[in-house]
Design a protein around this ligand. Structure first.
Ligand code: NDP
Length: 303
């Protein structure tokens, strides 16, 4: 059995292949072709909520293969100069159960999350979007600027806000964007929330009436990133209804209802909504599986 490190993952994984693969994974999930229980989540470590870590196990079987990801989120790693999210993915043959490979899952997690949002933008974004507001300046912020520009190259006005202004400036310089105040970033055509906030940072009053919000952070039933107004005035589309109804504090605590899964829209079962839309993701194992399969095949694996 083979071990695949992050550098090898980086060498073969690109958004050109990952975005359509994730799109198909979302379709398969909503069509009932994926076996994927809700993940097991453990809270670990000492101290207050801010210091504690998050350890999840995510099994899945789809398309003749099986995978399991273990993933950790330790927000305190940022000050240690370590990634806050770390992961490992095991890929197994769906016919024999044989392990095919174990691979570093950090970059796959980073990229598949941004690929899911890219699919959501492609499906839910109205024509003529020009501006992108990014709340957050970490790993997901950087990945999202790249993945979203892939599906909408016309997003020429990219405004980045972060809690620490210098981080927003640094990222803006790196990706050809500009640092902005939060109100201005939130008033963009498309707004991505990629912070590790525990309380709302995005206020509904700042949003355009036809804004598309790609809500990625606040993964946890008690966590918030969007306020009640942003949630209640929007049509909420979920990556997975079961996932967000359990793991999104923005959905659970605001009383907002999930209108449809993105896969249901892709399947043509539900029309894409007009007006203000929030797409909420919390991450799914099938997205990791499709990423891991691309890596495995890209490195010459068969099956
Ligand atoms: P990083 O640690 O790389 O970046 C975190 C960002 O959040 C930084 O910009 C930081 O600001 C900001 N931040 C931290 N605490 C707060 C706070 N209290 N209020 C406002 N901003 C804050 O994390 P990632 O980019 O990897 O992840 C971002 C979010 O996305 C997390 O919530 C994570 O759980 C979620 N996520 C969701 C996934 C999904 O599938 N939906 C998958 C992976 C991650 P600064 O440093 O500038 O102060």
């Amino acid at each position: 059995m083979r071990y695949i490190g992050e550098e090898d993952v980086r060498g073969v994984l690109g958004y050109e292949a990952l975005i359509p693969a994730v799109r198909q994974g979302l379709v398969d999930y909503s069509a009932g072709r994926v076996q994927q229980p809700l993940r097991t989540i453990l809270r670990v470590g000492e101290g207050g909520e801010e210091q504690k870590g998050w350890f999840a196990v995510m099994p899945v079987t789809a398309g003749g293969v099986m995978a399991v990801k273990t993933v950790t989120f330790f927000p305190g790693n940022a000050v240690l100069g370590k990634p806050t999210h770390l992961a490992m993915i095991e890929l197994l043959d769906g016919q024999t159960g044989e392990p095919l490979a174990v691979m570093d899952g950090r970059l796959i997690t980073e990229m598949r999350t941004a690929a899911v949002s890219a699919v959501a933008l492609d499906v839910l974004g109205r024509s003529g979007v020009r501006s992108l507001g990014v709340l957050g300046a970490g790993v997901q912020a950087r990945a999202h600027v790249e993945s979203l520009r892939r599906v909408r190259p016309e997003l020429g006005d990219v405004r980045i806000w972060s809690r620490t202004r210098r981080n927003a400036e640094r990222l803006a310089e790196e990706v050809g964007a500009r640092a902005a105040e939060i109100e201005e970033a939130a008033a963009a055509d498309v707004v991505v929330t990629v912070t590790a906030a525990r309380e709302p940072v995005l206020r509904g009053e700042w949003l355009r009436p036809d804004a598309l919000v790609l809500a990625v952070g606040a993964v946890g039933g008690e966590l918030r990133e969007l306020d009640d107004r942003a949630m209640r005035k929007s049509t909420v589309i979920a990556e997975s209804r079961a996932g967000v109804e359990r793991e999104s504090g923005d959905v659970r605590l605001s009383g907002a209802r999930v209108f449809a899964e993105l896969g249901e829209i892709l399947l043509g079962k539900v029309a894409a909504p007009a007006g203000q839309v929030v797409f909420k993701s919390v991450g799914m194992a099938v997205e990791d599986l499709v990423g891991a399969v691309l890596v495995w095949r890209g490195l010459g694996g068969v099956g």
